[in-house]
Structures are given as C-alpha cells and as structure tokens.
Ligand binder design. Structure first.
Ligand SMILES: Nc1ncnc2c1ncn2[C@@H]1O[C@H](COP(=O)(O)OP(=O)(O)OP(=O)(O)O)[C@@H](O)[C@H]1O
Length: 257
C-alpha cells in the first residue's frame, strides 16, 4: 500500500524564455506514516512536486496517485492538509476563527468545528490562544496555528512547503521537536520541503535529494535513526553520517550542471 506513488512524472512549464523542465522522470513511492523530506537547491522542483501532489500543478507526463486516486480526486476527498511557507492567517480573524475557516467552507457543524479547533490547538500547543489575533502571536506561534488549520479536517497526509524557513534557529528547533511529536502521535504521512540538511535528517524517515535543470531525484536516503529523537541526537555519529550522505547527494546533483 502506498500513499503517494509517482512514476515517470515530468512537468515542463512553457515560458516566454522557452520551456522550463521543473520535473523530469520522477519516480517515488511513499508508504503510510512515512516522514519524507525533499531537499535540493533552489529551482530543483521541490515545490512543483508538492504542488503536483496537491493538484495545484498538473504533470505534463507520467502518473501520480495519491491514496490510489488522481491528485484532483484526492483533493476533493480531502486527502491532505497543506502548510505554506508563510502562515497566511487572516488578520481580521482570531486564531480559532482562522482554523475554523476551511471547516466552515467544508460544511462542518458549529459543535464539530469547536471540538476540532480545541483538539488541534492542543496538538500544536496553542491551547488558550484561540481568541488572539495573528498579530498578537510570534512567528513560530503563527506557523503552529497554520499547521493546526491544516490538521483540523483529519487528513491522513500533511504536505508542508518549507514551513519553518523564515524562523530563527531556536524557534525552528522547538517546532521541529513539536512536529516530530505530532507525527509520532498521529501517524500521518508527511511530505516536507526544506533547504536545511540538519532539519531533513532530524525529521525524516526518508530523505529525497533533488537537483535542478531539469528537476530530478538524485538520491533517496532511508534514515537509520529511531523514531524517538531528542534534539541532541544531532551530535551522534549516526546523525552526522546521514547528514554527510545528504551533502554528498547534493554535491553529486550539482556536478551534472
Ligand atoms: N508557474 C511557473 N511558471 C514557469 N516556471 C515555473 C513556475 N513555477 C515554477 N517554475 C520554475 O520551475 C522550476 C522549479 O521551481 P520550484 O519552485 O518547484 O523549485 P524549488 O526547488 O521549490 O525552489 P525553491 O527552493 O527556490 O522554492 C524553477 O526553475 C522555477 O523557476
């Protein structure tokens, strides 16, 4: 059983300057409950691949299945929540109001919405902040609220496009720990875009290394780390060896330029 299955996926954008090969022959299988990071230099197609899974882009070739469905059917079946780089919260709505919005659009009852909001705010450790407005919260708390919003309708898949890229390192460490705890608790399948080697190694069960022009997968690294990962696991030889392997993968990709 696979949650995400890509086979020969290519995507070419036609631009005024000619075709841009954002993805070329991407093959990848993601099993239920995996935490998969996508890492690679700017322009290697990480976002395009995530957006294709979410039916926000359409591949020009190959097949892509999400829970066995076409991405568009999976979107309609609410197969995933999507977290963008910027929290994207509406400033005129409270935190609870922001989390509620997709639920309102999907037609959840008021009582059901209230129960879900309480549950996901607890999951991201924001209990008690529902009545605040986004500008009253720190950047890290706002990003946690946007994760809560993506979790509120109980999709099995969470797609995250560089959610912590704009945050300072200390906040990022805390959110990495919180995300890992959340993943262990919920068993969701996570697709996570990052530019950070330590972040990818710390979080993932599988690291997908990509390279640009054309955007492609150069290496898939299965993590040997246990699911329970205190932050100081980053000082262990096993962690350092994995980080080294990712760095080598990034270097290999570069040599094709
Ligand atoms: N809508 C579009 N039209 C034309 N070209 C696009 C479009 N979206 C992305 N591209 C191009 O496709 C390539 C892959 O872009 P993508 O955003 O997927 O890369 P990325 O690896 O996520 O980069 P970054 O790390 O900078 O976010 C880039 O060359 C980009 O300029």
């Amino acid at each position: 059983m696979t949650v995400i299955e890509a086979s020969g996926v290519s995507l070419t954008f036609q631009t005024a300057d000619g075709p841009v090969h954002a993805l070329k022959d991407v093959d990848l299988s993601i099993a239920p409950g995996e935490f998969v990071s996508f890492i690679g230099p700017s322009g290697c197609g990480k976002t395009t691949f995530l957006r294709s899974i979410a039916a926000l882009e359409t591949p020009t070739d190959g097949t892509l299945r999400v829970n066995g469905m076409e991405p568009d059917a999976a979107r309609r079946a609410r197969a995933y929540g999507y977290v963008f780089q910027a929290p994207g919260l509406y400033p005129w709505r409270t935190i609870a109001g922001n989390i509620s919005l997709p639920l309102e659009i999907m037609g959840f009852s008021k009582a059901d919405r209230a129960e879900r909001i309480t549950r996901v705010m607890d999951l991201v450790e924001l209990s008690g902040f529902g009545g605040k407005f986004p500008w009253q919260l720190s950047g890290g708390m706002q990003q946690r609220a946007s994760i809560a919003r993506a979790l509120a309708f109980d999709a099995d898949i969470l797609l995250m496009d560089e959610p912590f890229g704009a945050l300072d390192e200390i906040v990022r460490d805390r959110l990495n720990e919180a995300l890992l705890a959340l993943w262990r608790k919920t068993g969701k399948t996570i697709g996570f875009v990052t530019h950070s080697i330590p972040e990818a190694v710390y979080l993932s069960t599988k690291i997908v290394v990509m390279s640009p022009r054309p955007g492609r997968i150069t290496r898939v690294i299965e993590s040997t780390l246990p699911p329970d990962r205190p932050l100081d696991i980053r000082d262990t030889p096993e962690f350092i060896a994995l980080a080294h392997e990712v760095r080598e993968g990034l270097r290999d990709g570069h040599s094709h330029d």
